[in-house]
Write a protein that binds this ligand. Sequence first.
Ligand SMILES: Cc1ncc(COP(=O)(O)O)c(C=O)c1O
Length: 456
Amino acid sequence: MHKIDIELIEMTMDVMKYAIDRISHTKQKVGKPRKAEELKALVGDTITKDGIGGEYAFNLWKQHLAKANVPVDHPRNLAFVPAAPTRAAIMFDLVTSASSIHGAYWMEGAGGIFCENEAMEWIVSLTGLPKGAFGVFTSGGTAANLSAIVTAREHWREDDTYKREKGLIITSIGAHSSIKAMAKVADVDILLVDSEEKLTGKDLRETINNLTFHQRKRLFAVVATGGTTNAGIIDDLEGIAKVCDAEKIWFHVDAAYGGGALVADSVRHLFNGIERADSITIDPHKWMFSPYDCGAVIYRRPEFAKKAHSQQGSYLDIFKDEGAHGFNPTDYQIQLTRRVRGLPLWFSLATHGTDRYKEAVERGIELAQIAGKMIEDNPNVELVREPSLSCVLFRRKGWQPEDYTNWTYENHDKGFALVTPTKWKRGDVFETVSRFCFINPDTTEEDIKMILDTMA
Ligand SMILES: Cc1ncc(COP(=O)(O)O)c(C=O)c1O
């Protein structure tokens, strides 16, 4: 398995050819999932005592398995938060794999971590956090949110008064599902302000005023969202920061999706107040055009994260020794062994420069505005609310929830587009509506028009 022979050379060429084709192909299909039994029937047993051979396995991948995936970078994949990694970043993802770097400690991964830190400096500069703030790349927004919540909780518990208390955090129902999920992992309670619209400082103040004495004692953090997943709403970060300051509670901003828009002049002002955060989540694999998986967590005072996350073990001592002379990413988030997953972003940023990122993000925002106008001009559909960042919520007049589901499946089955329904809460009513989320700057106005036409 580990020797070099002619088969290995041929396989390497095949893999490179595949990667080149995939990177340069602009007309890939929207793939379709198939049931596991169907895939099994197509490919048969793939894990056997003697192996089926690389060439055969690779052909199975190309013929059957690759087609059962929906490319996240398809210009008509507007579901969830799609992605559009740059070709430079994808190429360097291959280099990252080929380089076999352990990205936990500087001692082993100095070159890779140096590059990650260069990219991180740029991200931190977008936030406006003061000198000393820094971050690390994580497997995604979920891991970044967890790392931040645990840091906040550990810092709070340094005060003996809270040692035996179960923590409480406040956020809104607009917050991403990972906040609720990670609160569970960290075993902290969560109080949700019942509005999907912008969470304001006033809402937060009222919520805190209504807490019982014991709840207030347990409250250690507030999570605001810098671009809600559902609708692209940026909470009132300035107002929330003021309340957190006055109450001396940790202020976390989940900008996993919206954080990329910090680079965009047209919307940067909406994030004012983010520079007052104690921690921030930003996912480069969303709107910074990195391949999966690449999230980031940034701290105003990284030393608090180090206290919370640094792992101890006699086998690790050498890596913490002065001989290592550098920054150890493992100390600032939940993972020990880690891929230097910021490396593809670094290469792409170094290749293209930050202005190209600005242009590509502005295009996503522009596409949402264009889609909004098209919806206003189309008699069959109407906007649920104004487009925000790159999200557009709209309804097809007269449709029931099942019509949205059927429409999604029809377009997906045809290999045409993946546009999925969501729900929007107004008062006590959850309405099923349709949603666009634009990331890929190669999505065209014609793509949007064609999708809306299928709603006629
Ligand atoms: C606002 C927000 N936070 C967190 C996440 C979770 O990120 P990940 O899927 O990278 O774990 C998402 C994902 O869409 C998100 O939009």
